[in-house]
Design a protein around this ligand. Sequence first.
Ligand SMILES: C[S@@+](CC[C@H](N)C(=O)[O-])C[C@H]1O[C@@H](n2cnc3c(N)ncnc32)[C@H](O)[C@@H]1O
Length: 236
Amino acid sequence: MVYSRLSRRLRETGHTSFNDYLGWLESHDGNEWQEFVNALTTNLTSFFRESHHFDIFSAHLRSRPAGSPWSVWCSAASTGEEPYSIVMTAMEALGNNPSFKLTASDIDSRVLATAAQGVYRLESIKGLSQERLQRFFLRGKGSNAGMVRVKPELGRMIDFISVNLIRDDWPFREPFDVVFCRNVMIYFDGPTQRRVLERIHRVLKPGGMLFVGHAENFSESRDLFTLRGKTVYERR
Ligand SMILES: C[S@@+](CC[C@H](N)C(=O)[O-])C[C@H]1O[C@@H](n2cnc3c(N)ncnc32)[C@H](O)[C@@H]1O
């Protein structure tokens, strides 16, 4: 996988061996480092992936008095389907102009740009209800036929920023009510997962919720998080 993904970078930068390419990369502080990272990430995602999370999240949003402010972080946002699913759920649960701010981040600059655009192929919204399609999407016409765009009011609730989960330089000042960190920790080894969990613990309010991916299990970190449902944790 690494071979085929980096081979493309070698071709595009005119290098004939991995050694040459890596030597050049290390002596060069241009944009290629970001391209190198972008080439290595796996960005599979979809709207309302692991849909049980959105039911739990919706119930959680409805559990506080109307008008309560919410601050949520989607920490591996990929091409945007996950953050838009989060704000759609917020609008369904709290109404059209909720006091709701989402920070959506990723390490990959290319997927973040796609996420900020909010334009998707029709196939990617297959399976969404007619009600959601009408409320949250605009259909492309003419040269944009076959595409949909997420309505701008959803985008206005989201800040898209670059954050590397495994670096200790997260830019947050205020703690979050909820963090989504789904299907990214599987790429980290155990000690790295633990360090990231400790940092998520620090940026979550006590009692805040953490949603993780279907193959991720952090029951060994029960000093930090209590399991509250299938792959849903509460910050201790
Ligand atoms: C498989 S996708 C999961 C997307 C989404 N969370 C979901 O569950 O559908 C993993 C995402 O994690 C991002 N990623 C990988 N390593 C990361 C890191 N160190 N910091 C932040 N994001 C990272 C990738 O760029 C990719 O977009």
